[in-house]
Ligand binder design. Structure first.
Ligand code: ACO
Ligand code: ACO
Length: 150
């Protein structure tokens, strides 16, 4: 399974992108500001992430998602590793990623890939989203920021 850039004539895989972020408006902002990468098999696109430049040397991994029936099989880890490889190849020296306080599995994945927690944006998900987001029985309120030197 190879990761490749979504081509301009291809439609973004919104169903997947919205798994990682319920706001279509924010997803569209990330797609406009960044580059969308996909991983696919015969049945179609099964994974996605978006790379958005924050500064000249820093990229952020956004909207990482794996098709629901294929989660917990190592594809998410492959996507994070691919994102880091692409960022490094493109000359970035730092990768950032942000996720919710309630995203226990995601926090495990990013730290297993070497990311370190650098900060918390309190109430990010309360301020940015109209609906209450619940995950693992926890309200998603704060954004945990993580960083990796690549
Ligand atoms: N405790 C400890 N480790 C855990 C836990 C947990 N609760 N949950 C997952 N992990 C570990 C796994 O064991 C695995 O580590 P290992 O390889 O050492 O065993 C690792 O995390 C990742 O597992 P994968 O199978 O590669 O993950 P998956 O293919 O399910 O992809 C993803 C992860 C992308 C988060 C997927 O679950 C998904 O699409 N979720 C919905 C969308 C989403 O929440 N996206 C992230 C939003 S934040 C953002 O986009 C920046
Ligand atoms: N994902 C989601 N929810 C989880 C997870 C997980 N990976 N792990 C635990 N939980 C939830 C449980 O589902 C439960 O929530 P629920 O009641 O809504 O179902 C809740 O956390 C707590 O479960 P308990 O069964 O009450 O916890 P337990 O009796 O195991 O006690 C403790 C927790 C004290 C941490 C125990 O596991 C322990 O002694 N661990 C070793 C010592 C330790 O690490 N102590 C804490 C150090 S930090 C400090 O002391 C401040």
């Amino acid at each position: 399974m190879q990761t490749r850039k979504l081509q301009p004539h291809e439609s973004p895989p919104y169903k997947l992108l919205l798994l990682a972020d319920p706001s279509r408006q924010l997803v569209d902002t990330y797609l406009a500001d960044g580059e969308c990468y996909i991983i696919e098999e015969k049945s179609g696109i099964i994974g996605v992430f978006v790379l958005v430049e924050l500064h000249k040397e820093t990229i952020e991994i956004k909207n990482i998602a794996v098709r629901e029936d294929l989660q917990c099989q190592g594809i998410g880890k492959k996507l994070v590793i691919a994102a880091i490889r692409i960022a490094k190849k493109n000359g970035y020296v730092t990768a950032e990623i942000g996720t919710g306080n309630s995203s226990i599995g995601q926090l495990a994945l990013y730290q297993k890939c070497g990311f370190r927690i650098t900060g918390v944006i309190q109430d990010f998900f309360v301020d940015q989203y109209d609906e209450i987001i619940m995950e693992n029985g926890i309200q998603c309120m704060d954004m945990i920021r993580l960083e990796l030197n690549i």
